[in-house]
Design a protein around this ligand. Structure first.
Ligand SMILES: Cc1cc2nc3c(=O)[nH]c(=O)nc-3n(C[C@H](O)[C@H](O)[C@H](O)COP(=O)(O)O)c2cc1C
Length: 342
């Protein structure tokens, strides 16, 4: 097995093992419920348009895997569940195909199992624009995610050491015919960084906050010595990233990082997210397609119940829900909004 494929398998194993309860700080956000919601459950639909396709819920399976035999098994199950439930799904980074084209099937399986569903392809920021366009085409991807994972690369002994990424990101965006989403991988995007990405023409952003899968920890576990644990201090939680996006949101804001419950999804939407990405929770249920389908159905049913409790019949009224923040989060919110960021 190549070093790259081995790393993909290590990620699956370690991510599954190291997934702790959520510290995404959404528990510091408290919602205020109306006493008279004036709604019937039958009035509620979670159906929503994601770029070019209609999906059945505002949450999706975020990028995880591809590039090994194990990854193919996981992608097959994820894609079968996504197809059955009509939720969007992202594949893990396909940049491995530049050097190992024989790994294509571990990605292609998702399109074969789900010919009509919404599929994101995913590449790293160094991928050549030509390869990125080729990957989008081969997978018939509806959109392309590019991961911005500086901390992960730093902790990986074999990771990138050159972070001049911006020019290539722009070139990729110009070369592909589908929307490009820039995403973090669980360490978060600050208010200032978000403004910078927007000013460079990127309007679809997944804030990828901390609180769930933590690649600094995963990569530190793969290191035998010289662990770089000091990096943990640089994480920005999902709740903080969402608050940071409120003043100047991108056209499409995606919340992710430690999303494990319907309440996390609901709070993300109320804080301003348009969609919510979930990775590791799905991995925890990926021992069978049936388990994945059950999880998706449960999240949909609970989210519908939350919409009913709060009298939400359409997504636009989510912004009317009042909430308050615990003092630590409120303090952060005040600080980022008094400091000029651009
Ligand atoms: C096993 C595993 C592999 C991942 N691989 C990728 C990847 O290839 N590309 C990417 O953009 N994000 C990748 N991620 C990051 C997720 O898409 C997501 O940003 C991160 O896990 C935080 O979400 P979570 O807390 O719901 O897991 C991976 C996550 C996991 C668990």
């Amino acid at each position: 097995m190549s070093q790259h494929s081995q790393r993909k398998d290590d990620h699956l194993k370690l991510a599954k093992m190291l997934f702790f309860s959520s510290h995404n700080e959404l528990n510091q956000v408290h919602l205020m419920r109306p006493v008279l919601p004036e709604i019937a459950l039958s009035d509620i639909s979670l159906t929503i348009k994601l770029f070019n396709k209609i999906v059945s819920a505002p949450f999706f399976i975020n990028a995880m895997t591809g590039g090994s035999a194990n990854a193919e098994v996981v992608n097959r199950r994820l894609a079968q569940a996504a197809a059955k439930e009509n939720i969007a799904m992202s594949l893990g980074s396909a940049s491995i195909l530049e050097k190992e084209p024989k790994q294509l099937n571990s990605f292609l399986v998702a399109r074969q199992e789900n010919p009509h569903g919404f599929l994101f392809a995913n590449v790293n920021p160094n991928t050549s624009p030509k390869t990125a366009a080729k990957i989008v085409k081969i997978l018939s991807a509806d959109a392309l995610q590019i991961h911005l994972n500086v901390l992960q690369e730093i902790v990986m002994p074999e990771g990138d050491r050159n972070f001049h990424w911006l020019d290539n990101l722009k070139k990729i965006q110009d070369s592909v015919e589908v929307p490009v989403i820039l995403k973090e991988v669980g360490n978060g995007i600050s208010k200032k960084s978000l403004a910078f990405l927007k000013s460079n023409g990127f309007e679809y952003i997944d804030i990828g906050g901390s609180g769930g899968t933590d690649f600094a920890t995963i990569e530190n576990n793969r290191r035998e010595k010289n662990k770089l644990n000091f990096i943990d201090d640089l994480n920005l939680s999902t709740a903080k990233c969402l608050l940071g996006a409120q003043e100047n949101p991108p056209e499409i804001l995606i919340s992710s990082g430690g999303i494990t419950t319907s309440m996390d999804i609901f709070k993300s939407l109320i804080l301003g997210a348009d969609f919510v990405g979930i990775a590791n929770l799905f991995l925890q249920h990926a021992d069978s397609t049936t388990n994945l389908i059950q999880l998706i159905q449960q999240l949909k049913s609970e989210l519908t119940t939350l919409f009913a409790i709060f009298g939400i019949s359409d997504f636009s009224s989510l912004s009317n829900i009042d909430y308050y923040l615990d003092s630590a989060l409120f303090n952060y919110f005040k600080q980022i909004n008094t400091k000029k960021v651009d």
